[in-house]
Design a protein around this ligand. Structure first.
Ligand SMILES: Cc1cc2nc3c(=O)[nH]c(=O)nc-3n(C[C@H](O)[C@H](O)[C@H](O)COP(=O)(O)OP(=O)(O)OC[C@H]3O[C@@H](n4cnc5c(N)ncnc54)[C@H](O)[C@@H]3O)c2cc1C
Length: 303
């Protein structure tokens, strides 16, 4: 690795001028992906621009649509009463990222821009129809729907010199619920074998709209239109949930790697998508369901 220059920006404009001057540069927020990857042998760019001191990128505003500053940490998201009650899938996801330490330093901006197909917040952001604001010194702001952000493993449609400013998640209609569930081999510090998120809206007992998205079963996070269609117009009964499972398995395009083979991932994504839809429906009905929806071992927890 060549010499790396480390800069600390205290304003967005300063960060933009440091990453937008044509030099080989990357920003670092919490560093829990970038620095860990560099320790694993991946080259750092010639210039690393730290953004963690930029106050304008902090904060969570849930007064209308939900706006997450790029530096909102997984701990901030998990602790937000508004996110837990309204955009619950996101709380389910952030609550199981790594350990307490990872959740304290790891940011939503870093999770999204690292673009891992196994990232926790990706599927919830898809089902919640999020969008991101990208800003560059030369081009100003542009809004990118989350469906158009990820272009492959570790790749986004962001241009060199663009900084993610915030993630915006629309408000939901009444009687909506959402959930994110992960399959894992151990109960902490784990990467998803597969994961799924669902968001539903009910009219009485019937699901009138639904979105389902899948984690770690494709080169990017995937929507599952078949799983969503299978539950719309139903009450989420056993037959509908079985159809959700079949739909998710059909829409997945998993790979085999040392963590799981393709067949196992395809079978399990059905099980996990079914759970996510079931929990989303229960929450939409006003039932209490623990956060995170993925069972965790905690003191006093019997789940
Ligand atoms: C022990 C451990 C456990 C983990 N467990 C999980 C897990 O369970 N689930 C999970 O999803 N992740 C996990 N991670 C990965 C990581 O913690 C998360 O992805 C975290 O959200 C990354 O945020 P960060 O601020 O640390 O990113 P950084 O490492 O600072 O940045 C990651 C990437 O995003 C870019 N970037 C960051 N912020 C911006 C911005 N505002 N604009 C443009 N580009 C930006 C950086 O240039 C870099 O390419 C784990 C990591 C560790 C070390």
């Amino acid at each position: 690795m060549g010499d790396v220059a480390f800069h600390t920006a205290t304003t967005v404009d300063e960060a933009l001028s440091l990453v937008g001057d044509g030099s080989d540069a990357k920003v670092v927020a919490g560093g829990s992906d970038l620095i860990v990857q560099a320790r694993g042998g991946r080259d750092l760019p010639a210039n690393v621009v730290a953004i963690h001191r930029i106050e304008a990128l902090r904060g969570i505003d849930a007064s209308g649509d939900l706006t997450l500053g790029a530096l909102a940490s997984h701990a901030d998201i998990t602790a937000s009463a508004a996110i837990r009650s309204t955009w619950t899938a996101l709380a389910d996801a952030s609550a199981i990222v790594g350990s307490h330490a990872t959740r304290n330093v790891g940011t939503i901006g870093g999770n999204v821009m690292n673009a891992s197909p196994a990232m926790e917040t990706g599927a919830p952001l898809l089902v919640l129809d999020a969008r991101v604001t990208l800003r560059s010194a030369a081009g100003g702001d542009r809004t990118v729907p989350i469906d158009e952000l990820w272009t492959g493993p570790g790749r986004t449609s962001a241009q060199p010199g663009e900084l993610l400013i915030d993630v915006v998640v629309p408000s939901l209609p009444a009687h909506s619920g959402s959930a994110y569930v992960r399959l894992e081999y151990r109960r902490a510090m784990e990467i998803a074998i597969v994961g799924a998120s669902a968001c539903v809206t009910l009219d009485g007992d019937v699901v009138t709209s639904a979105a389902v998205a899948l984690t770690a079963v494709g080169p990017t996070l995937l929507r599952s239109p078949s799983a969503a269609a299978a539950v719309i117009g139903t009450t989420g009964d056993a037959a509908a949930l079985a159809a959700v499972a079949a739909g998710a398995s059909a829409d997945a395009s998993p790979i085999s790697d040392l963590r799981a083979n393709e067949d196992y991932r395809r079978a399990m994504i059905g099980v996990i998508a079914k759970r996510a839809v079931d929990v989303a429906i229960r929450r939409a009905r006003g039932e209490e369901f623990p956060i995170p929806a993925t069972p965790v071992f905690m003191e006093g927890s019997a789940r």
